[in-house]
Design a protein around this ligand. Structure first.
Ligand code: ADP
Ligand code: MG
Length: 617
């Protein structure tokens, strides 16, 4: 009998499968079982619409058998079956040339899990088999046919024997190699675990002959009903918690479970979890976000990253939709659009659940925020603030007056009536920030200050720019936006004017380390502080310069001297008497300001010597 050749495209895909270096060859099992399930679906549908078939739902099953000696794995279904023409058409040709090119291209790119991500269909059997035989009898037909192929050199079709409708696929497994133990697919334990991993929720029983108390009996390997398809009233916390821990490898119960059925242009069920602890690698590059994606109970993608925005990357869970096809074949773009629609609604749902938690169980929310708040703050900053509107109600910062985390709207609700801005101060820790001289005046006025301790914080606030029309302002900002008493202001201006030459000389002594030395009204008890002009703050300078790039940035520094501090009189005096001493004093003040800011001083030895000189004077 002459061999028939595969159509060009089919051959290409086949080659791809046979020579696949893909490591998850096990997914062939999922593919064959889902085909069997599809075939039963078709017949079941037929029986529903025809009514005369005499078939009941209970009679359908998928059977797995192994023959150790022959190295064969057999998967049988009693579905719709295939005629000779259908065998030829369905298994000899692939009517999806467009997606094939796409697959081949992707396959070449290292690390792209295209096979694992989408159904690749029947040909995946060739990843593990040296020969594949398909014997099938179409429903209502008298004849059965056998299709057989050992891969690239073509296939044969001949008449065969088969009692009832359905399809039987026999895989003769490849010889074991160093890289792959193909014989493991004959192991019943492995088979069970593959079925439960990929096909647990197939709606027909997947059965295998097993032994119980030395009696052979058919064992059903799948539960058939996905947890997320069960009604919520039926499910207990424990069910969700166990499912979560088993499926997403966590030791602790999730902090929150979100189970929803969504009807719409794209209908789906989603089951989402917020972990109660950040995974150990959460804030590293190793962490991979994504939700499992199911198409009618069949897993088609393990970590579908498109379903989750980066700022919610901590969410675990799954989405199951009957509106998604298992194959990319049906127009990749359309597929994408559906995914996008789902992703959008999933994102909205997560946000509304978080807001709800914030409003109804604030302690729980604070706990959540301690785990994942950093990610939300990155989210505010990310993409030039593209998602800041979504996230601004969810972020929290440490409040000076509450001694606890608070939201921006909570801050605003507590603002003094004359207060125009939302103030913040940055530093290494709450304790250190609390001591910053720059905060004195604001605290004196009873203004609340947000203490920012994470690197991203100030960047995030700058991206937000304002909240509820209140601008964010650093305690180090040039203009704090405070209405000072007219008298104070005039006095300060006069004083600055008087000291103009001295301040010039001080600036001279510091050369280009600062762009200005000025007398300041913002300080109360401290003699000095360092502030900055323009967009780039000193704290941002620190953050940016700690990153591994060659380009270092420098904030436009201003040395501020407390106008009311006695040190100003001393400065004035040495300015009259001793220009050299003014230089030394200025440098000392500058170094002190650096230390207060948590910045290194350029020459600690000189600093130390200068102090000693003063002591022995
Ligand atoms: P897909 O399932 O996406 O259509 P596959 O490559 O998995 O692609 O299968 C190709 C075709 O072969 C199916 O569409 C179906 O018509 C046919 N087929 C495969 N397995 C079976 C089966 N067990 N019973 C009946 N038809 C089958
Ligand atoms: Mg298929």
């Amino acid at each position: 009998m002459s061999k028939k050749q595969f159509k060009a495209e089919s051959k290409k895909l086949l080659d791809l499968m046979i020579n696949s270096i893909y490591t998850h060859k096990e997914i062939f099992m999922r593919e064959l079982i889902s085909n069997a399930s599809d075939a039963i679906d078709k017949l079941y549908y037929h029986s529903l619409t025809d009514g005369n078939t005499g078939l009941s739902r209970e009679s359908f099953a998928i059977l797995i058998e192994v023959d150790q000696d022959a190295r064969t794995l057999k998967i049988t279904d009693n579905g719709i079956g295939m005629s000779k023409e259908e065998l030829e058409k369905n298994l000899g040709t692939i009517a999806r040339s467009g997606s094939l090119d796409f697959k081949a291209e992707m396959e070449e790119q290292e690390g792209v899990d295209i096979i694992g991500q989408f159904g690749v269909g029947f040909y995946s059997a060739f990843m593990v088999s040296e020969k594949v035989s398909v014997t099938s009898k179409a429903f209502g037909s008298q004849e059965a046919w056998k299709w057989e192929s050992s891969g690239a050199d073509g296939y044969t079709i001949k008449e065969a024997e088969r009692k009832s409708n359905g399809t039987e696929i026999v895989l003769t497994l490849k010889e074991d190699s160093e890289d792959e133990q193909y014989s493991s697919y004959l192991d019943s334990y492995r088979i069970k675990s593959l079925v439960s991993k990929y096909s647990d929720y197939i709606r027909y029983p997947i059965q295998m002959m097993g032994e119980k108390d030395e009696v052979k009996e058919l064992e059903t390997l799948n539960s058939m009903v996905p947890l997320w398809k069960k009604s919520k009233s039926e499910l207990k916390d424990e069910d969700y918690n166990n499912f979560y821990k088993e499926k997403f490898y966590d030791f602790t119960d999730p902090q929150k479970v979100i189970h929803s059925d969504v009807e719409g242009v794209v209908s789906y069920t989603s089951l989402l979890f917020i972990p109660s602890q950040a995974p150990y690698n959460y804030y590293t590059r190793d962490y991979e976000k994504g939700l499992q994606l199911y198409s009618s109970g069949v897993l088609i993608m393990d970590k579908c990253s498109d379903l989750l925005p980066d700022y919610f990357s901590f969410v675990k869970g799954l989405v199951d939709s009957q509106d998604l096809s298992l194959n990319i074949s049906r127009e990749m773009l359309q597929h994408d659009r559906q995914l996008k629609a789902i992703a959008k609604r999933v994102g909205k749902k997560i946000k509304s659940e978080l807001l709800d938690m914030l409003n109804t169980d604030r302690d729980k929310y604070v706990q959540f925020f301690k785990n994942f708040g950093l990610q939300l703050k990155y989210g505010v900053y990310d993409g030039f603030g593209a998602n800041k509107e979504t996230l601004k109600d969810l972020v929290m910062f440490y409040s000076s007056s509450e001694d606890a985390l608070c939201t921006l709207s909570e801050y605003v609700s507590r603002m003094k009536h004359e207060q125009k801005n939302i103030y913040y101060a940055c530093g290494e820790s709450v304790e250190k920030i609390d001591k910053l001289p720059q905060t004195e005046l604001l605290k004196d006025k009873g203004y609340e200050i947000l203490y920012l301790t994470d690197d991203v914080d100030e960047f995030a606030l700058q991206m937000l720019h304002d909240f509820d029309e209140k601008e964010f302002k650093s305690v180090s900002a040039e203009d704090l936006g405070i209405e000072e008493g007219k008298e104070d202001k005039e006095k300060a201006e006069k004083q600055t004017e008087e000291s103009k030459d001295m301040l010039e000389a001080m600036k001279e002594a510091l050369q280009d380390k600062v762009s200005e030395v000025r007398l300041s009204q913002r300080l109360k008890s401290h003699p000095v502080c360092l502030t900055s002009k323009g967009e780039l703050s000193i704290e941002m300078e620190k953050v940016l310069n700690s990153m591994p790039t060659d380009q270092k940035v420098q904030a436009d520094r201003v040395l501020e001297i407390n106008a009311k501090h006695p040190v100003v009189d001393i400065l004035k005096k040495v300015y009259e008497d001793d220009q050299d001493a003014l230089g030394t004093y200025t440098k000392l003040l500058y170094d002190q300001a650096l230390l207060i800011e948590g910045l290194p001083i350029e020459d600690p030895v000189e600093f130390s010597n200068s102090i000693c000189k003063l002591m022995i004077k």
